[in-house]
Design a protein around this ligand. Structure first.
Ligand code: ASP
Length: 439
C-alpha cells in the first residue's frame, strides 16, 4: 500500500483534477489524500473572520462567490449530466451547511467545521470524477478515523483501529480517497491538524496502514538545495535523512509540513516528494539512513522576532536561564535559536502572538530589546566528519552580511544564522555560490 497526498494546486482546477485521475489510475494499492482546492481554505478562513465580526452580509456574498467557483468546476469536470447533477447537489449541500452559520452564534468550533468543507468538497468532486471514468474507488471520510487527543496530538491507536475498520469496505481494486487536514478532537467535534496539515495526515495514515511509502506530490521536483524563489539554478536533492528533512521543513523549505516527518520516521516509512508536473522524476526520497557528508541545502524562515535580555544579575548567577525560559513556556511560545553571553541572552521566536506579555515579564529580569523582521538562514547537511568544520566556508561567504546570531553545534545537521530579512536574498545567493557552485 502506498499513501499519496496531493496539495491544493494539484486539485485546484477541473483540468488538474483530470490530470490527477490519470496519475493515480494504476494497479498499485493506494490511499489518495487530498487537500482543499487551492484558495478554498484561505477563502473559508476569511468567511469565518467575517462571521466572527458579525459582518454576515459580507460573509454571505463571499460564500456565494466561492460556491459559484465550484459550479464552474462541476461544469468543466464532468460530461455525464447525471453526474453533473449529483455533483451540483453535493456542492449545494456543503454551501448550505456553511450558510447556516450566518444565522447562528459563531465560535471556534464552527470555524473548524467551516474550514473542513474545503477538503470534503475536493474529495467528493474527485470521487465522482473517478466514478464517471469507471475507475473503481471508495471515499472514506477522515472524520471517521482521524483524531487528535486533548493536547491536540494525533491519537495513533484510534487512527489505526478506525482506519482499518473503514478499509474493510474497500474492494481489492479500489483506490481509496480521503481528506487531509481534517479530523475530530476528543469531544468528537470537527477539528483540524493546522494549516498545511494534509502532509501530516498522509504521514499518520501511512503509519496506520504500515505503508511501503508516503508520497507527497507538489509542483516542484522535491526539496531543492536552496530556495528557488530567491536563488536561480537550484537543484533537487535526491536523498535526505529524516532529521535533515525535518530541519529543512521547519526552517522554511515550504514543500513539506514540519510535523509530517516525525510519524514516518518513527515507523521507518520512506517519504518521497514528487512533482505532479513531472511524475516520472524521482523527486526527493527521505529515509532513515544518513547518506553523504557536508552541506546539502539552505533554507530561510522569515517573520522571526529576536528578543535580547541583558542583565547584570546574570553574571555568575544560576537559574537565570530557567526564569527566562519559563516565561516562554507560560505563553506557549516556542523558541528557535538561543545565544548567550555572560550578561545577555538573545532568543528568537516565530510566533509573536504573546510578544507584549512576554516582554513585560522579561523586563522584570533585565533590559529587553526586540527586533522584528528577521530571518533565520538554515544550512542543513550531515556534519558528521569531526575533522572538518564548515564554519570557515559559511562565514567567509557571508563576510558582507551583518549577522545577528549564530547557532552552530546544536545538532550535526544544522547551522542557523539570524540576519535582517533585508539581507536574506543576498545571503541565500552568496551561500549558494560559495557552497554549491565552487565545488
Ligand atoms: N487545506 C489546508 C490548508 O490550506 C490543509 C492543506 O492543504 O494541507 O492549510
Amino acid at each position: 500500500m502506498i499513501v499519496c497526498k496531493f496539495g491544493g494546486t494539484s486539485v485546484g482546477t477541473a483540468d488538474r483534477l483530470k490530470e490527477l485521475a490519470r496519475l493515480v489510475n494504476s494497479d498499485e494499492d493506494k490511499i489518495v489524500v487530498l487537500s482543499a482546492m487551492a484558495g478554498t481554505t484561505n477563502a473559508l478562513v476569511e468567511i469565518a473572520e467575517l462571521l466572527y465580526d458579525k459582518q454576515n452580509d459580507k460573509a454571505i456574498s463571499s460564500i456565494q462567490a466561492l460556491e459559484q467557483n465550484y459550479y464552474r468546476v462541476v461544469e468543466e469536470l464532468y460530461t455525464v449530466s447525471e453526474v453533473k447533477e449529483k455533483a451540483k447537489e453535493m456542492v449545494e449541500s456543503h454551501f448550505n451547511y456553511i450558510q447556516a452559520f450566518t444565522e447562528d452564534l459563531f465560535t471556534i468550533h464552527e470555524e473548524k467545521a467551516v474550514l473542513a468543507q474545503g477538503e470534503l468538497l475536493s474529495t467528493a468532486l474527485f470521487h465522482y470524477y473517478l466514478e464517471e471514468l469507471g475507475v473503481p474507488s471508495i471515499l472514506i471520510s477522515a472524520l471517521d478515523f482521524m483524531r487528535i487527543d486533548k493536547d491536540g496530538e494525533p491519537d495513533s491507536y484510534y487512527i489505526k483501529e478506525n482506519l482499518s475498520r473503514e478499509l474493510k469496505q474497500k474492494k481489492s481494486n479500489e483506490i481509496v480517497i480521503t481528506q487531509g487536514f481534517i479530523c475530530r478532537n476528543t469531544f468528537g467535534e470537527i477539528d483540524n491538524l493546522k494549516r498545511g496539515g494534509s502532509d501530516y495526515s498522509a504521514s499518520l495514515i501511512g503509519v496506520a496502514v504500515a505503508a511501503e511509502e508516503v508520497q507527497i506530490w507538489t509542483d516542484i521536483d522535491g526539496i531543492h538545495n536552496n530556495d528557488p524563489r530567491y536563488v536561480e539554478g537550484t537543484q533537487s536533492i535526491a536523498y535526505l535523512s529524516y532529521d535533515e528533512a525535518a530541519e529543512l521543513a521547519y526552517f522554511g523549505a515550504k514543500i513539506l509540513h514540519p510535523a509530517s516527518i516525525q510519524p514516518s520516521k518513527k515507523a521507518k516509512i520512506p517519504v518521497r516528494l514528487k512533482n505532479t508536473m513531472e511524475p516520472q522524476d524521482e523527486g526527493t526520497l527521505i529515509g532513515l539512513e544518513i547518506k553523504g557528508a557536508g552541506i546539502k541545502s539552505i533554507a530561510a524562515k522569515d517573520s522571526i522576532t529576536v528578543i535580547k535580555i541583558k542583565s547584570g544579575r546574570m553574571l555568575l548567577a544560576h537559574g537565570f536561564m530557567r526564569k527566562i525560559f519559563e516565561i516562554f513556556e507560560v505563553y506557549k511560545t516556542s523558541i528557535d535559536m538561543v545565544t548567550t553571553s555572560e550578561v545577555a541572552v538573545s532568543i528568537t521566536i516565530d510566533d509573536a502572538q504573546y510578544l507584549d506579555e512576554i516582554v513585560e515579564e522579561l523586563e522584570k529580569l533585565g533590559n529587553v530589546e526586540v527586533d522584528k523582521q528577521m530571518s533565520i538562514i538554515c544550512i542543513v547537511g550531515n556534519f558528521i566528519d569531526e575533522s572538518r568544520g564548515h564554519a570557515l566556508e559559511i562565514f567567509s561567504a557571508l563576510k558582507e552580511v551583518p549577522i545577528r546570531m549564530i547557532s552552530y553545534g546544536g545538532s550535526r545537521h544544522n547551522v542557523s544564522i539570524l540576519v535582517e530579512t533585508n539581507y536574506k536574498k543576498q545571503a541565500l545567493n552568496i551561500l549558494n555560490e560559495n557552497l554549491f557552485c565552487n565545488v
